[in-house]
Design a protein around this ligand. Structure first.
Ligand code: MN
Length: 454
């Protein structure tokens, strides 16, 4: 596994080399803040904590993301880990960086692991919630990758949980976003912890030169050829096939038929003259970038375009991925996951247990209460939003944690709630409950009359 330790100096050099007119002062200030915030803290590996945010920032810089994201990477654990408040970040580093740090902090705080099914659902929704700013997703991946690289410092049960989450949740999401490089890395790290025996076996196969079990090493030696254009891809394939013997059934044309996530390349597996089995992947530079960085490919080093515009592009990309997934019959699962199709007017809020509830924009605690259970709605008397008591007509925002205070003596919902209940579900329940009371009264009267008539 690669050495994950970088110094701030290395980060600074990397940024200076690869970014156009980077604000190095900003980067240095962020580093000072992070150093101060994490001072004296060590990770379970024994390293100083500051190595972690530097590694995350370095990774984000390697991905070529906007410098604000790199800076936010340096600061991403500051609020979680010290007296430093998000407001301090805002004052010192501005709205954009503060909002990135805030989103990553919330993402961590809100998503609890409670069985992989539930967790996966929560996390998927969370990622969709974060779709309003895809940069947060990249930060989350960079954070997770470094945590995996340093997983050996964690106790065994935590190693397994983190590895499993990475394999079952993060990696598929990276895959769906077309970020195959990151997906592969997540899988490799996780694999070593979840299947130590298999992992060792794979490693030993890789060490053996002449294996009689060639099937198993098909994907182990791979050569990637990057050429200028599509014609050259096919030409290169022809040249290779003239030189060596292709393994039947192992030629794949993902250029003519891209994978659902947009991946394109020509694949072929061949016996070389040395008797080795080698897989070749042939692609253009553009296909290569897309395969390594997925949707992030379009973001790399594209400074200058406004946040608004970037978000729009991201939305379009996601909509595109969604469309492609929807067109594949065997991707029912993805279809399910992409069902929440109107990100723009949805918000995602949380129960104190970390479950995600998605609601339309403008929704209030009443909608939330009814989304939990109609009994919770009917008996609702107050709401605590992010630990503060709020009116029931308060508009909720994404990331809020809401606790509903109920009174078991409450008989029925207040019809006035209809003035600010936004979801059809809540409105219907309020109307039903109010109507039931009225109906009950009529039934009583009729009953009385019947009785009297007899
Ligand atoms: Mn972190």
């Amino acid at each position: 596994m690669p050495d994950s330790t970088h110094t701030f100096k290395q980060l600074e050099n990397f940024v200076q080399k690869n970014y156009t007119n980077p604000d190095l002062d900003l980067l240095r200030r962020a580093n000072q803040t992070a150093v101060a915030a994490h001072e004296g803290k060590t990770r379970l590996t024994g390293e100083p904590f500051i190595n972690h945010p530097i590694a995350v920032a370095y990774r984000l810089a390697e991905m070529g993301l906007h410098l604000n994201v790199v800076v936010a990477g340096l600061l991403h654990d500051v609020v979680e880990d010290s007296e430093y408040e998000i407001e301090d970040v805002r004052i010192e580093f501005g709205d954009d960086i503060a909002s990135l740090v805030d989103s990553v902090t919330k993402l961590k705080r809100n998503v609890n692991y409670r069985g992989v099914e539930r967790y996966a659902e929560n996390l998927r929704k969370m990622f969709l919630a974060m779709a309003s700013d895809v940069r947060v997703v990249f930060m989350k991946f960079a954070d997770r990758l470094h945590n995996l690289q340093t997983l050996y410092g964690q106790p065994k049960h935590k190693q397994e949980r983190i590895a499993r989450e990475s394999l079952e949740i993060y990696a598929p999401i990276a895959g769906r976003l077309g970020m195959s490089e990151i997906k592969g890395e997540l899988e490799d790290y996780a694999f070593a912890y979840l299947q130590p025996k298999e992992y060792e076996r794979m490693k030993s196969i890789m060490d053996i030169k002449d294996s009689d079990d060639l099937d198993k090493i098909y994907d182990l030696i791979a050569v990637r050829i990057v050429v200028n254009n599509v014609e050259d891809c096919y030409a290169a394939l022809g040249v290779l096939h003239q030189k060596w013997r292709p393994v039947p059934g192992r030629i794949k044309d993902y250029i003519a038929q891209p994978k659902p996530n947009g991946y394109q390349s020509l694949h072929t597996t061949m016996f070389t003259s040395e008797g080795e089995v080698v897989e070749f992947q042939i692609r253009t530079q553009e296909m290569h970038e897309l395969s390594e960085y997925g949707v992030a490919a379009h973001w790399r080093y594209k400074e200058g375009s406004g946040q608004q515009e970037r978000n729009m592009r991201w939305m379009e990309e996601l909509a595109q991925i969604q469309k492609e997934l929807a067109s594949k019959k065997d991707f029912l699962e993805q279809l399910e996951y992409m069902k929440i199709d109107v990100f723009n007017d949805r918000i995602f809020v949380f129960t104190p247990q970390g479950d995600v509830i998605d609601l339309p924009e403008g929704a209030t605690p009443i909608d939330f209460a009814y989304a939990i259970h109609s009994k919770v709605g009917d008996k609702c008397v107050a709401a605590r939003i992010n630990d503060v008591m709020r009116n029931l007509d308060t508009k909720l925002t994404s990331g809020d944690i809401i606790e509903i205070v109920t009174d078991k003596n409450r008989k029925a919902p207040n019809p006035d709630w209809l003035k600010f209940a936004r979801t059809r579900h809540a409105r219907k329940k309020i109307r039903d409950a109010t109507r039931n009371t009225v109906k009950g009264w009529f039934v009583g009267v009729l009953h009385g009359r019947e009785k009297g008539g007899k």
